[in-house]
Design a protein around this ligand. Structure first.
Ligand SMILES: Nc1ncnc2c1ncn2[C@@H]1O[C@H](COP(=O)(O)OP(=O)(O)OP(=O)(O)O)[C@@H](O)[C@H]1O
Length: 235
């Protein structure tokens, strides 16, 4: 698999969001993208997913591969059970879901006992697990995550990070996040996007997921915070 690469520039209402850039997603690695609100992180994700953006794109996306997208809003259908929501992709394509695979993924995501429940009966963390189960059911080589854990409490966020890191290992992942600690724990590659373009920062050398209190992880988190403050994201 070649690196999925997006290069170019986006204009919203005739004004460039950021300077021309190139973002390469190395196969089988986890890339995190941080940056100030409104700079265009989700727009980059949408370009890679070939979804409409509000502006114009001058550039190209190379080496596209099938992908699955998971966002902060788990986008579950409240009238479908956990099991049906997890298998929604197949259902929408008019296919019969692979029941053995579904059972195994519900087990892996800690939902085995919840298959017959409905989303309004679930906690926020459980809903995100269903969204992750749905992504795994789709079995795509590229996974796009748009602030997937930002609505969760700190403990649940750590648990979901560990779960996602384990279950998405070996896939190419691009995650948009506002959380330097999350990027430091999970990433093989980290970029900060600003109006002037992309800046790469080195992640810790150890394998993700890293312990949140690990010295190298904390140092990476601090470097990211410093970079974001320099770029005017934080007071
Ligand atoms: N459909 C649209 N129509 C017009 N403008 C849009 C549209 N979608 C996004 N924008 C604008 O494009 C800019 C980039 O939006 P985008 O959602 O990519 O930013 P972001 O970096 O992901 O922000 P955040 O961190 O707040 O989610 C913003 O100024 C936003 O208002």
């Amino acid at each position: 698999m070649k690196a999925v690469t997006v290069s170019g520039q986006v204009c919203m209402a005739g004004r460039p969001l950021f300077a021309p850039l190139t973002l390469q997603l190395r196969p089988g690695s986890w890339t995190s993208l941080l940056g100030p609100s409104g700079v265009g992180k989700s727009t980059l994700l949408r370009l890679i997913a070939d979804l409409p953006i509000g502006g114009t794109f001058q550039g190209r996306v190379e080496n596209r591969v099938p992908l699955a997208l998971m966002a902060q809003d788990p986008a579950l259908l409240p009238w479908l059970t956990v099991r049906q929501n997890a298998a929604l992709g197949a259902r929408l394509r008019g296919e019969r879901p692979d029941q053995a695979r579904l059972a195994s993924i519900l087990e892996e995501t800690g939902l085995a006992g919840h298959g017959a429940r409905y989303p309004p009966e679930l906690s926020g963390g459980q809903c995100q697990r269903v969204a992750l189960a749905r992504v795994l059911m789709e079995d795509r080589p590229l996974i796009l995550l748009d602030e997937p854990f930002s609505a969760l409490d700190a403990r649940m966020r750590l648990m979901m990070q560990d779960l996602a890191a384990g279950l998405l290992k070996g896939r190419t992942v691009l995650m948009v996040t506002h959380d330097p600690a999350e990027a430091a724990r999970l990433s093989d590659h980290i970029f900060v996007l600003t109006e002037t373009g992309l800046t790469g920062l080195p992640p810790p050398q150890s394998q993700p997921p890293r312990l949140p209190g690990d010295a190298a992880t904390l140092a990476c988190q601090a470097a990211l915070l410093a970079q974001l403050i320099t770029e005017g994201m934080m007071p």
